[in-house]
Write a protein that binds this ligand. Structure first.
Ligand code: SF4
Ligand code: SF4
Length: 250
């Protein structure tokens, strides 16, 4: 098991690599290419990626968001400028209001195209690279810039809470893994060790009230991205990163 400082150094390193790779992988996370592909009856690379996110979340929950997502990493770098908490509350529901009609459009486009006709993993990319010309560069700059600006203005990982179209895939996977009791990565807490210092809460990149979660003995939260910041910052080792069956409610 990695030591706390090493683990968070690794997370920072992976975040920097993810941001550097963002222009290359951008199309694999696109909410638009899946629709374009569907109009031709093609399963594009982003559709395969979203399916992969769902499947991996059955074991790793939303760890992708905390460790590998370029958009999440971009926002986390922005939090070094504005570290204000973003308490999502009801605004967390916006992403579902985006996700449901978006998925409905994808299904309708496939039906209109006469069903699935093929798989195109590199759809609309140049040899697998997303940003390949001026229009794709402008689109990338607009979207990545908007995500960064949102975090800079609204607070920590504001886009993850509200507009991320990928999060619902992983939240669905997380709920299924907990409901089925699948062995998976999750947090556990020993509230008897907690001294209420609130360091976990003030450092959570998703602005969760981790102290309250610890004291209630329920660490399951659909906004948790399993970044392990709370685990590594707790002076009492009250929170643990565990691989196994979760006993918590979904
Ligand atoms: S950091 Fe640890 S001791 Fe402090 S409030 Fe959180 S769980 Fe409790
Ligand atoms: S609760 Fe802990 S693991 Fe989950 S997002 Fe917050 S700091 Fe990361």
């Amino acid at each position: 098991m990695a030591k706390p400082a090493q683990r968070q150094r690794l997370r920072t390193t992976l975040s920097i690599i993810a941001v550097c790779l963002f222009p290359i992988v951008f199309y694999y996370m696109s909410p638009y290419l899946i629709i374009m592909g569907a109009t031709e009856g093609l399963i594009a690379g982003d559709a395969l990626f979203f399916a992969g996110l769902f499947l991996t979340s059955l074991v790793t929950g939303r760890a992708f968001c905390g460790w590998l997502c370029p958009a999440g990493a971009t926002q986390e770098l922005c939090s070094r400028v504005n570290s204000r908490q973003f308490n999502g509350g009801k605004r967390n529901l916006i992403k579902y209001l985006i996700w449901v009609p978006w998925m409905a459009i994808v299904v309708l486009m496939f039906l209109h195209a006469g069903g699935v006709k093929g798989i195109s993993p590199l759809y609309q990319t140049w040899n697998g690279i997303s940003v390949q010309n001026l229009p794709s560069l402008i689109m990338f700059a607009a979207i990545a810039g908007s995500i960064a600006l949102f975090a800079l203005v609204a607070g920590k990982r504001a886009a993850c809470h509200t507009i991320c179209w990928m999060a619902p895939f992983m939240i669905a996977g997380t709920k299924i893994k907990v409901a089925l009791g699948l062995p998976s990565l999750h947090l556990t807490a020993d509230k008897t060790r907690c001294i209420g210092c609130k360091q976990c809460t003030s450092n959570c990149p998703m602005s969760l009230n981790v102290t309250e979660m610890v004291q209630k003995g329920d660490m399951a939260n659909s906004e948790c991205i399993l970044c392990a910041t709370c685990v590594d910052i707790c002076p009492q080792n009250a929170i643990q990163f565990t691989l196994g069956r979760s006993k918590q409610t979904p």
